[in-house]
Design a protein around this ligand. Sequence first.
Ligand SMILES: Cc1ncc(COP(=O)(O)O)c(C=O)c1O
Length: 380
Amino acid sequence: MKFNTKTIHGGQHNTDPAYGSVMPPIYQTSTYSQTTPGGHKGFEYSRSGNPTRKALEDALASIENGEFGLAFGSGLAAIDAVLKLFKPGDEIISTNDLYGGSYRLFTKIFEDFGLKFHFVAMQDTSKIEAAITDKTKLIWVETPTNPMMNIIDIEAVSKVAKAHNLLLAVDNTFATPYLQQPLDLGADIVMHSVTKYLGGHSDLVMGGLVVRDKELADKLYFIQNASGAVCGPQDSFLALRGIKTLHVRLQRHCENGKAVAHFLKSHPKVDKVYWPGFEDHPNHDVAKKQMKDFGGMVSFTTKNDSLQGAVEVVEKLKVFTLAESLGGVESLAGHPASMTHASIPKEERQKTGIKDSLIRLSVGIEDAEDLLEDLKQALG
Ligand SMILES: Cc1ncc(COP(=O)(O)O)c(C=O)c1O
């Protein structure tokens, strides 16, 4: 199956035994009757497994060209499960420009349990090599990064990971499998905040993991059940429904993202625009190589480089909604320094370019003209 067909049919068996429903029923149940102890039809208790969640997990595995999918109560719960593969003393190398909540989970929760994190600029793989010790177990990549839109060469990092026998995990939230498929580029684990583009309608919070290796999958399924951060059947249904239109939505997100990025670049009040589709983006060539298009996320700073200036712009927006999150059909604007990345200390934030004046846009699928008009009036 090709990708667009997979978003609709991948991993789905259309075998609803009761009425032949085309969409999987929402199995809103915590438990399943047994004829004799252990005599069940594949499901015993909904933390361990639920048919609606399973349909979603199979869809996730399919669109990421993986073998095994796992769904969680949030993106962070999915990352939490990955980190529980490790033991005190183990070391993890992460990109230094990543979602603030991931950084907070690493440094404020798992460092206390004895994991050690090294944050490096992964655009240069020699920096990764330099951080590897005999205790390193995992490389954590986010690309494009949130919110600076840096691009990391997944294939190049996977060569480093393989040479040192390390696991490679890629947070594919921004790109989605429509744009890039990290397992095909050598990653071992793909992670998603399903909350974003996969759900696509800003109506759920959910996380996902996809792997190919059975042994790794079994360890993760064990953690998923043992720690219990699963999502419910209603949300699983919504995510499945969202995935069915991923390809059409993403195509429009990319078109509108391009229009917005070019508009901002030519605006006299705008200073820098971060979008990997620009030829002068530092890793444009890598983006071109590993992504099908450049996505709908665009960040920018204004020449009036002040917190107050940025706040005034986001407050004036009318079609863009000022809100946390991204990846829904509607356009959103965010102010990373005070919103999504406030959990990263200011000095750390500024090292990676997250200035107080930075504004991040999740460009939706409205008419591009309306989006440009809105930005024009807000920038003044
Ligand atoms: C790149 C990235 N990874 C992970 C997460 C965390 O996902 P969730 O909010 O679903 O827990 C987010 C949320 O914004 C994100 O943007």
